[in-house]
Design a protein around this ligand. Structure first.
Ligand SMILES: Cc1cc2nc3c(=O)[nH]c(=O)nc-3n(C[C@H](O)[C@H](O)[C@H](O)COP(=O)(O)OP(=O)(O)OC[C@H]3O[C@@H](n4cnc5c(N)ncnc54)[C@H](O)[C@@H]3O)c2cc1C
Length: 425
């Protein structure tokens, strides 16, 4: 364990998500002991968000997605404090939290995002969301309740109970729709219902799913979803949600007991209220080095930041992948600023984008290469395992990776082989 110097600059990172943890690990690594690095998070776990949809349908346990933060920082020299930041006092360099004030010399805001309801009436009250561990548990409970209700009801009630409307066909909506379509019919059969009673409806404002994605990839993803039985409602604007009803601008009303809103994200409320200049998604505008303008000791990264690619002017997508890159970049810039070096402009660079379409297919690109089908799914799983390796080395990757991917054919095969070997000895 590194010795923390009491007079070392205090670097406080609020948010132990993808960006915050990457920044903390980089700052603690080569400069071990040089800085007092504290990570503050409202939870005592790091959430593997990109597998939330799998936990929502019960493919993996929700707990498997929560990595204890104290374990992750053990031996790194990073200090962890569980507290919820309530406001930022930039003049006095203090983060106010529900556990008392935390002073800093350098602050990194990495508080991520929350679901944006786009001020549509009823979304907040009557739709479920998919962003947190609580959301997963609520959606799982809703699915279980719907199945139980349908099992003891007449046909009309059963149909409505087993209709699931997902509003928003970006990555989260598409991944969730595919998992539900793959899993729920089996679950219905398991309680004695016809699998054909399950109806998954994916509603999207654009005239195609995955807005902003390449047309061929969209066509492939749409075909896979439709083969799984997902009904696509495209060019459909949701105007209101009521209990059991989704109202569309066309006048059509979709009746469904379970409605999930996946229509986008916006920065957390504390960022919006911080007084920092904000852009789209209420995210904080940053300069080229990821520092907040007029606050050279405050940096903002990940979904909380509004970043443009200096080459194309395009807005960087809120994503785990870019949050990690920004965490590393901000660590290098803080180190440079504190040691008389030259902070470097951050340029968003994504290795590729992959969207899963159930357990056996995905689509996307890796660099200039388009990938789809089982190969893309393998690459997607590989990228998740790689992330676990980065966080906790081969041990975490193996331990969590197997827990997270027990449903994945190669892992199932590996586990079956292990069991056979164990039984034969
Ligand atoms: C279902 C789903 C699938 C996804 N799939 C992918 C994918 O395949 N690839 C990809 O790149 N991205 C994916 N994403 C997006 C990705 O998860 C986010 O972009 C990423 O988590 C952003 O990282 P971050 O560090 O900015 O914030 P987060 O990872 O959200 O971390 C923010 C942290 O801040 C903490 N926090 C928030 N407010 C406070 C406060 N006031 N006080 C203290 N702590 C606070 C939170 O508890 C959290 O730990 C997916 C997201 C979802 C929901």
């Amino acid at each position: 364990m590194a010795t923390l110097q009491t007079n070392a600059p205090r670097i406080v990172i609020v948010g132990a998500g993808y960006g915050g943890l990457a920044a903390a690990r980089r700052l603690a690594g080569p400069s071990r002991g040089r800085y007092n690095v504290t990570v503050v998070d409202q939870h005592d776990y790091h959430l593997l968000q990109f597998e939330l949809h799998e936990a929502a349908v019960g493919k993996i346990t929700a707990e498997a997605l929560a990595l204890p933060l104290r374990d992750l920082v053990r031996g790194t020299g990073v200090r962890f404090r569980q507290a919820r930041a309530t406001s930022f006092d930039f003049a006095d360099r203090v983060v106010q939290t529900n556990e008392g004030p935390i002073p800093y010399d350098i602050l990194v805001i990495a508080t991520g995002s929350r679901t944006a309801t786009n001020a549509i009436p009823g979304v907040r009250e009557y739709a479920l969301t998919l962003k947190s561990l609580d959301d997963v548990l609520r959606l799982r409970a809703a699915i279980a309740a719907a199945l139980a209700r349908a099992a003891h009801a007449n046909m009309d009630v059963a149909r409505r109970a087993l209709t699931f409307v997902i509003a928003g066909a970006g990555m989260t909506g598409v991944e969730l729709a595919a998992e539900m379509a793959e899993r729920l019919p089996e679950m219905a059969e398991a309680v004695g219902l016809s699998r054909h009673l399950v109806r998954i409806v994916l509603v999207e404002l654009s005239y195609h799913i995955l807005p902003g994605w390449d047309a061929e990839m969209v066509a492939y993803a749409s075909a896979v979803l439709q083969a799984l039985g997902v009904e696509l409602y495209l060019g459909a604007r949701v105007t209101a949600v009521e209990p059991g009803q989704v109202h569309l601008a066309s006048g059509e009303v979709l009746a469904a007991d379970t409605i999930v809103w996946t229509g986008g994200v916006q920065a957390c409320a504390e960022v919006a209220a911080s007084g920092l200049k904000t852009g789209e998604r209420q995210a904080a505008v940053v300069d080229a080095t990821l520092a907040a303008p007029d606050h050279p000791d405050v940096y903002v990264i990940g979904d909380a930041a509004f970043i443009r690619d200096p080459r194309s002017g395009r807005v960087a997508l809120p994503s785990a992948q870019l949050a990690v890159e920004q965490g590393k970049a901000v660590a290098a810039n803080i180190h440079a600023a504190l040691t008389g070096g030259q902070p470097q402009p951050y340029v968003p660079r994504a290795a590729g984008w992959l969207v899963s379409l159930g357990g056996h297919a995905a689509v996307g690109n890796v660099g200039p290469l388009r990938v789809w089908g089982p190969l893309a799914r393998l690459l997607k799983t590989g990228s998740e395992l790689r992330y676990l390796w980065m966080l906790g080395g081969p041990r975490l990757m193996l331990a969590r990776g197997l827990r997270l991917h027990t449903d994945y054919r190669p892992v199932r095969g590996l586990l079956a082989l292990g069991r056979r070997l164990a039984l034969s000895t």
